[in-house]
Design a protein around this ligand. Structure first.
Ligand SMILES: [Zn+2]
Ligand SMILES: [Zn+2]
Length: 707
């Protein structure tokens, strides 16, 4: 699910050249490539079934008290597929994201195989790209249907379901050689289509389909309804041919390689090909290599988004299950366990995830399937707590009637070094406040899933997110590239209305103690000749945010703060407001609407109101005034292309300047009465509270606070 770019095309070409050597050795074989096998893995091929379930597990399941209900549900689902057999597409399937309206990005509805209507604007599409994308959807549906039918057979022993499975697998075996040699979603062919495939325009989707299809075959192949010649046809002309497609362009630690690995373990199982299995586990880019290099010491997937983390967890679990049914125990790999638990360390206090890089809004329950799997495999109570969080009945069912709920979420501040995000956390339970600080790894290059957001800040307090990173909106939306990835769409510094360069910053310090968490980080590579330093000090009541900018020339500096709230308004005298000229014309600035310019004298306070209703929570931000600073309020874009996100932008023309802001986290009242920025080489801020004044002195390697 990576994106095209010149850099990626060059990389693709290099991969293509590397693959020519591979293609020269026909037929492709793993035997000579599995030399990393120092653990002497030996797959055991017991009589089928041995993929989705083993014969032993099936016997046990049939003896279970609730088996009749499980069997009847499986038979009902399979019967529906016999009554209305899934359409089997003639020809390869294209990318499912192409099945969307060219004008507004909305998913289409099929009127007929050649006519596809946008439910939003009513436009009908019948172009080849749309039709091929629809075939892709039919392929996916058929893949899933095969497995549903196969379970009908596994539980009932009725051969009528095997006929349904055979119809799908034999069609693919008949057609596979007739699909394009190799084609990708940009229409490139052969060696110029490293991400491409044959049955689908991405090898990724063929790998995804390989799991249900091999399982369907494995669950039914002992039935006499399968002729020996048919089995050979499916094995050689579909499964082995699919494996060959998946092996042409190895993808190292890309998320898609995790799917290739799982698919190859599955195909290796049905083909009884030990070398194929071992290579997918121990070869370059295999299971072990991906965990070693693709997962950081924080347990998080290197791309730094939960969607991609889940996208790797899913096939990895399937790979482990396929392997353990061949007698290979990978489930006890410690790094894999760290990988499974890491989402619990990367969540806000309410369990939702900040939307860093190409993320979508989600919470830790998106990993429930993995906690359920882990609970069954390890019987470790923390997985039961995660699975049953907020569900007392479920907790009692899993851990017994006396079980006490224990938050599965991390409550301490943490440096997630792999993705380079600091989680500053203070307080417990519903009162916990949390700020995330993206100081480090960029999560991939500019063409990948990273955003140009170094030193970005998000803020969660009093049960909701305030300062937001809005994630990716969606690849089919033009705002993905024109807004979501852009620097100005983040809560960090943009220089001269341009984007930052992709880089990793440097953490200067990170300290946490009773009632506070503090950190500072620096980026010298976001802009040439510019040093950015951000200092944060978080308490249950407020967040101090100081941004120092030093440039080797006079630059225009913008520091935005984005929140999904009512439009941000001044609470103090803020000078004459007027409609302002556009803040910029490109790089995301073109999306700002309702731009108002303000010129407060001295300090000012601004209000992000959490709702129109009286008593709604709010976020107040107190700014230390600076002569010649202009403040703008505007409307940007939120989590969806049509969601409005108010923005407060501070703009200065300077070579050396300091932005001081204090966020009041009281939400329904006021904790901070006023603030004072004390001049000096290092940031020094006084925060006046009701009963006390906090005197905060930042150093380059720590913070000192007096009261
Ligand atoms: Zn439309
Ligand atoms: Zn972002």
């Amino acid at each position: 699910m990576t994106l095209p770019s010149p850099a990626r095309r060059v990389a693709s070409l290099l991969l293509a050249l590397a693959a020519i050597a591979t293609l020269g050795r026909a037929p492709l074989a793993f035997a000579d490539e599995a030399k990393t096998d120092d653990a002497k893995l030996t797959p055991v091929f017991n009589p089928p079934p041995r993929l989705a379930i083993t014969a032993q597990e099936l016997t046990a399941r049939k003896a279970d008290a609730n088996f009749p209900a499980v069997r009847d549900a499986a038979a009902k689902a399979a019967d529906a597929l016999l009554a209305a057999p899934p359409a089997l597409p003639d020809g390869f399937g294209s990318w499912m994201f192409y099945y969307a309206c060219a004008d507004d990005g909305t998913g289409l509805h099929a009127v007929s195989p050649t006519e596809h209507k946008c439910p939003k604007c009513g436009k009908v599409f019948s172009d080849e790209r749309t039709v091929a994308a629809y075939r892709g959807i039919l392929h996916s549906a058929a893949d899933g249907a095969a497995r549903t039918l196969a379970w009908g057979y596994a539980y009932t022993g009725d051969d009528k379901y095997v006929e349904g499975v055979k119809r799908i697998l034999l069609k693919y075996a008949d057609d596979y050689a007739k699909y394009p040699e190799r084609i990708d979603r940009w229409g490139r062919r052969g060696l110029f289509a490293p991400l491409g495939g044959r049955r689908r325009v991405q090898s990724l989707e063929e790998a995804e389909g390989a799991m249900p299809l091999t399982q369907a075959y494995d669950l039914t192949r002992m039935s006499p309804a399968w002729k020996e010649t048919e089995k050979k046809h499916v094995e050689a002309d579909f499964f082995r041919a699919t494996a060959d497609t998946l092996r042409v362009f190895p993808m190292d630690i890309q998320n898609r390689q995790a799917w290739y690995n799982a698919a190859l373990v599955h195909i290796g199982s049905v083909l009884e090909d030990p070398a194929m299995v071992v290579h997918a586990i121990e070869g370059p880019g295999g299971f072990k290599d991906q965990l070693a290099r693709g997962v950081g010491d924080d347990g998080l997937w290197w791309e730094g988004t939960m969607a991609y983390q889940s996208y790797v967890v899913q096939p990895t679990i399937q790979l482990i299950d396929g392997a353990r049914r061949m007698g290979i125990a990978l489930q006890d790999n410690e790094r894999f366990k760290l990988f499974l638990t890491s989402p619990l360390r990367a969540a806000y206090p309410d369990g939702s995830f900040p939307c860093i890089n190409d993320s979508d809004p989600a919470n830790f329950h998106m990993f429930d399937y993995s906690y359920e799997w882990a609970w069954n495999v390890y019987k470790d109570p923390r997985f039961a707590q995660a699975l049953a969080w907020g569900k007392p009945d479920r907790l009692a069912a899993l851990l017994g009637p006396d079980a006490k709920p224990a938050s599965p979420l991390e409550s301490k501040s943490a440096d997630l070094t792999g993705i380079g995000v600091l989680y500053l956390r203070v307080g417990e339970g519903p009162d916990q406040v949390c700020a995330t600080f993206h100081y480090g790894d960029s999560g991939g290059d500019a063409s990948g899933h990273g955003h140009w957001d170094k030193l970005n800040l998000t803020l969660f307090a009093k049960g909701r997110e305030w300062l937001a990173d809005i994630g990716r909106i969606g690849y089919t939306h033009k705002e993905y590239k024109s807004w979501a990835k852009r620097t100005i769409a983040h809560n960090t510094i943009a220089i001269d209305q341009a984007d930052q360069t992709v880089n990793a910053g440097r953490l200067m310090f990170f300290k946490a103690g009773p009632g506070f968490a503090a950190a500072a980080a620096e980026s010298t590579k976001s802009y040439k000749g510019v040093t950015l330093r951000r200092y944060l000090y978080l308490t249950p009541d407020y967040l101090v945010d100081v941004f120092d900018v030093k440039a080797d020339r006079k630059v225009t500096i913008d520091l935005p703060a984005h929140a999904i709230t009512e439009p941000v308004m001044p609470l103090t005298a803020a000078g004459v407001s007027k409609m302002a000229p556009p803040l910029g014309t490109d790089n995301g600035y073109q999306h700002f609407t309702n731009v108002m310019g303000w010129s407060p004298t001295g300090n000012s306070t601004w209000n992000f109101d959490g709702g129109k209703a009286k008593g709604s929570p709010h976020l107040h931000v107190l700014l230390a005034g600076e002569p010649d600073e202009r403040i703008y309020t505007a409307i940007g874009i939120g989590y969806r292309a049509d969601e409005k996100a108010p923005t407060l932008i501070r703009r200065r023309e300077a070579t050396d300047t300091r932005f001081v802001a204090v966020y009041d986290l009281a939400a329904k009242s006021f904790a901070v009465r006023k603030i004072e920025a004390v001049p000096g080489a290092q940031p020094h801020v006084k925060v006046y509270l009701d009963k006390t004044t906090d005197d905060i002195n930042f150093g380059v390697d720590g913070v000192q606070v007096g009261h």
